[in-house]
Design a protein around this ligand. Structure first.
Ligand SMILES: Cc1cc2nc3c(=O)[nH]c(=O)nc-3n(C[C@H](O)[C@H](O)[C@H](O)COP(=O)(O)O)c2cc1C
Length: 549
């Protein structure tokens, strides 16, 4: 719904694309997002680069000989007609030498027929004089959308603002964005898309009245910190430092990747990432230090992590065309050495987002309640120990434990497995109490615990994944085939172990070997715990090294 201009008719928008690149304009990406945010509307688009708009001759014929008409017959008449037709005029252009590009300046100059020649005073304090408009333009709203090449828009737009102050008075709003060339880099799409989302929101707010201060504030945030952007921008040209020779595309890409290094991820350990582009015969080493990252050609240093990849595969991952973990699982590339870096890749190279919402969201994720394996295990362990030591007292203890567990829900997120545990353990202890067959129900407890693990393998989230995923980007971990396979294997292993334990316990109890059963039943899960800790590290590293599928 649009409230800025009354009535139910669709908002009429005229877009003036002043980029010499035409439809390939960085700025137009922002403008399209803004239009998207506005929603349903009637849009006329004028692309200066492909229109015929000559420079003004300065003859003033449009004021005296042919009032309101220019002597030059070209596309400018359509521009003027469209400006008169529109409710909103969007001026979309790149910053060129701290001003508007030449073609757009021609268009601006050629608006002269829109004015009457008479001199009037300016009442808004913007200048010393004015010419009245031939048309009632007082209700038109203008939006200036512009990108520029420097790291920030700040202080670069002074002359543009002055120009639009004179042209539009109070009647315009402005969105200016530095680092404009990044909008065409596919590898940085996730970051630039975040910005475009804010522009979209600005469009929506504009359609409903005006852009909110909070959105304006977000629009003024840098895409990347100054030093990261400038390093990346310098590397992107792919030319040597003297500005003459060309650098290899693999080197310029690796340098841009290294520029994204987030030194906040440095944990006291200097890392050397060696990247071998197998099909290009190129090897680079990126040293990730306390203060910066540095790229070296060759393999002189001892790498901490080594990545062997075909060039196209690495590019596709960088462009989010395929997931890195999926490509690894498929054996499209190999990683040897310290795998921890790969697990924390986004922290090292991808968390420079300036998006407040996203940052807020990630803080919220950190603060959000997470489930704890202890909540699941405590009732089972108390049941096995307490009920087998003393049926009567054990049942009372387990009753209280089950009652207190839901209180944890205030502090911990409860999983379906926690809920199943409270129910099953509660029922088993009540049955043990009522029937007096404590040992039978202890054995059934082992069996039930094992079956719970095994049945979880038939779901999209095996039991352990429901707890561990929070250490690996939450729900996103469920899309990681290596994480999922490792968790299915572990859940199946724990399930099988406890089914076996239930059978073994049954025979040991039958032969009055309770002591042996106690030893086995305590030793087995400890050993399995050690195996789990080892497997969690070994499996991803082995898949990454291409040793295991
Ligand atoms: C001739 C020329 C002059 C430029 N002048 C500036 C400038 O003064 N300040 C700036 O930050 N960027 C400047 N730039 C960079 C552009 O503003 C930037 O690349 C912009 O994102 C291009 O947008 P577009 O793709 O919509 O044309 C200039 C670029 C060119 C080609």
């Amino acid at each position: 719904m649009y409230l800025g201009i009354g009535g139910n008719s669709k908002m009429k928008i005229m877009v003036i694309n002043g980029s010499p690149k035409g439809s390939d304009s960085n700025t137009m990406r922002l403008t399209r997002a803004f239009l998207d945010g506005i929603g349903e509307s009637e849009v006329r688009e004028i692309t200066v680069a492909t229109s015929k708009i000559a420079g003004c001759k300065g003859c003033f014929c449009c004021w005296n000989k042919t009032p309101g008409k220019c002597v030059i017959s070209d596309d400018m008449q359509y521009v003027i007609d469209s400006e008169v037709w529109a409710d909103v005029i969007i001026w979309s252009f790149p910053l060129y030498y701290f001003s508007v590009p030449g073609g757009l300046k021609n268009l601006i100059d050629r608006q002269l027929p829109m004015n009457l020649p008479f001199m009037t005073d300016r009442t808004d304090g913007k200048g010393s004089g004015s010419h009245p408009s031939r048309f009632d333009m007082s209700q038109k709203r203008h939006i200036v959308i512009s990108t520029c090449g420097f790291y920030s828009a700040e202080k670069n737009y002074d002359s543009v603002k002055l120009l639009f102050d004179h042209m539009c008075g109070e009647n315009y709003d402005i969105i200016m964005c530095g680092q404009g060339e990044l909008f065409r880099v596919p590898e940085l799409k996730s970051r630039t898309d975040e910005y475009l989302d804010i522009v979209r929101r600005a469009g929506e707010e504009f359609a409903n009245g005006k852009i909110k201060e909070e959105t304006r504030e977000e629009l003024s945030q840098l895409l990347y910190p100054k030093e990261v952007f400038e390093k990346m921008a310098d590397a992107s040209w792919g030319i040597s430092e003297d500005g003459e020779g060309k650098t290899d595309e693999t080197l310029s890409f690796t340098r841009q990747m290294a520029a994204l290094y987030n030194k906040a991820a440095y944990d006291g350990k200097e890392r050397v990432v060696e990247i071998v582009y197998t099909d290009k015969g190129k090897t680079y080493q990126i040293v990730l230090g306390k203060e910066k990252s540095e790229v070296f050609e060759g393999n002189d240093l001892i790498p901490t992590t080594r990545i062997e990849t075909p060039w196209e595969v690495w590019l596709s991952i960088a462009r989010d065309e395929i997931r890195g973990d999926e490509a690894l699982m498929k054996g499209l590339y190999k990683v040897t050495g310290d795998f921890d870096l790969m697990i924390r890749w986004d922290e090292f190279f991808g968390s420079l987002s300036g998006n407040k919402e996203k940052n807020k969201a990630s803080v919220q994720t950190q603060e959000k309640k997470k489930p704890s394996m202890a909540v699941l295990l405590i009732p089972w362990i108390v049941f096995w120990i307490a009920v087998s030591v003393n049926g009567q007292t054990g049942t009372v203890i387990i009753f209280f434990v089950c009652c207190t567990m839901p209180l944890l829900a205030f502090r911990r997120k409860m999983t379906i497995y926690d809920a199943v545990t409270f129910c099953v353990v509660g029922i088993l202890s009540a049955a043990a109490q009522l029937s007096g067959y404590t040992e039978v129900f202890v054995i059934l407890g082992y069996l039930g615990f094992g079956l719970m693990w095994l049945l979880s393998c038939l779901t999209r989230e095996p039991l352990c994944a429901a707890y561990v995923k929070y250490n690996y980007n939450g729900e996103d971990a469920l899309k990681n085939p290596i994480f999922m396979k490792a968790n299915y294997i572990l859940a199946a292993a724990w399930g099988i172990l406890y089914v076996i334990i239930s059978v073994v316990t049954f025979f040991l109890y039958k032969n009055h070997l309770q002591i042996v059963s106690t030893v086995i039943n305590n030793a087995a899960p400890i050993l399995m715990g050690v195996f789990t800790a080892w497997f969690e590290r070994w499996y991803p590293a082995s898949v990454a090294a291409g040793k295991v599928k």
